[in-house]
Design a protein around this ligand. Structure first.
Ligand SMILES: [Mg+2]
Length: 255
């Protein structure tokens, strides 16, 4: 078995099956000790809501935490301030007030709670059908205000507007380059629309858990590749299945 970098979404990917999560944690702890593997959690949650989940589920601290859909990176989860080198890259072409003003013209967008509104992320609730109708016009309205943004729709409910240079995929590449992992040594895991950025950004390996949502499955059908693995098992059990598929976990390990 070899050294690898695991980058995993939390809700409905790593978290969802407590027994399988403990089994995966044991394997990851062994791989970190023996091979120097590293683990990154990449979530749509803010740091505040990450701490709630981590306490509730007893998550071991990761080597780095990517929050707010890839707009903030923390190397110490008790840190008050996100990695300034990453945040500094996101400011170019992003004016929060202009983004909010453009979105304000769309009545179907309902603002998410204040804790989820971040310096480089503005978030709304919007139903799937309304989203399909709104997103092209919203994109045009943002561009008209000179905003270089990306729209991330996930879980048939959550809409995030991010700077063009942000996102889970680019944050993953920033960390793997920082730590010297090749794309072939990097495995991303996810279940929903905001994880598409992990699977589509480059040549990293991908595990789509068996309980993945329709928007991700639709994307995988159109972008099938040998470096992507659609697991049969759900949640952490699906991650273990995928790690075995890619040879990062031996047949008897994690059993
Ligand atoms: Mg998820």
């Amino acid at each position: 078995m070899t050294r690898f970098l695991l980058v995993t979404d939390l809700d409905d990917t790593l978290v969802g099956d407590a027994d399988a999560l403990r089994q995966l944690d044991r394997f990851l702890a062994a791989s970190k000790a023996r091979h120097g593997s590293r683990v990154v959690y990449s979530t749509g949650r803010s740091l505040t809501l990450y701490h709630e989940l981590a306490a509730e589920r007893g998550l071991p601290p990761p080597d780095a935490l990517v929050t707010a859909v890839g707009t903030e990176i923390y190397f110490e989860i008790d840190a008050a301030v996100a990695d300034p080198a990453w945040s500094g890259q996101l400011a170019d072409g992003w004016d929060r007030q202009q983004v909010a003003a453009a979105a304000g013209g769309f009545g179907d967008l309902q603002a998410q709670p204040a804790s989820e509104q971040r310096p480089y992320k503005i978030s709304y609730f919007v139903a799937a059908q309304a989203a399909a109708e709104i997103l092209p016009g919203l994109h045009t309205a943002l561009a008209a205000r000179g905003q270089r943004t990306q729209l991330v729709y996930s879980g048939e409910r959550h809409l995030d507007i991010l700077p063009a240079g942000a996102g889970k995929g680019l944050a993953m590449q920033y960390l793997r380059r920082l730590w010297g992992f090749a794309a072939a040594q990097t495995v991303a895991c996810g279940d929903s629309g905001n994880d598409i950025a992990l699977f589509g950004v480059g040549q990293e390996r991908g595990i789509i858990v068996g309980n993945a949502r329709p928007e991700l499955l639709r994307w995988v059908r159109c972008n099938a590749a040998g470096r992507l693995y659609l697991a049969r098992a759900h949640h952490a059990k699906g991650i273990i299945e995928g790690l075995r598929h890619f040879g990062f976990l031996g047949g008897d390990e994690g059993a």
